[in-house]
Design a protein around this ligand. Sequence first.
Ligand code: HEC
Length: 180
Amino acid sequence: MTHCGNLTSANKHWLIDLPPAGTYIFRLEVNQRLNLDFLSGQKNSMNKNVLIISALAFVALMAFIFVQSNTPAPTRAPMVSVTPIEVNGQTALGKAKFDDNCASCHGENATGLEGLGPPLVHKIYEPSHHADIAFMLAARNGVRAHHWPFGNMPAVDIEESDMQAIIAYIRKLQVANGID
Ligand code: HEC
């Protein structure tokens, strides 16, 4: 950069710190608009407000469409096929509690429901990856979406003993379907 050789270091600094040209064009436009608003009558400035509001509405609409296109519609279709199990005692209680509190999102027999909740009969939820405590915490605190694009799971108001029964039921379902 020989042609910069005779610049003082202060000048160089100023040159290096220049924001991208676009920033200036944008500032210029904003300034012009403000000036125009200031100089022109109220009608004109109202028109401009309408214009700005329309532009904002358009941006919001685009953002909405973008988010929508990245979130699968809740088709509620079962996500995996699960062989149901015979239940008795604790697992019978677990199934009843699961059907009441969890199946609306996780599906009957924990098959998952597309767009609502993941299948718990799934390798991700085998005991070595999601131990029983993870189930307890999921119900107690809810779950921030991290494995699936279905949004957060809300906390579920449920007795700890009922959760233990649900876990026993889910583990038995998992084993019967080759997940352990
Ligand atoms: C309103 C819908 C909804 C309900 C009701 C619901 N869940 Fe969930 N659950 C979800 C979603 C969505 C996820 C996935 C979060 C993610 O992206 O990892 C999830 C994840 C989980 C997980 C994984 C936790 C982790 O650490 O990754 C467990 C375990 C779980 N749910 C158990 C249950 C149980 C048991 C019940 C009933 C007591 C229940 N859920 C009720 C929607 C729900």
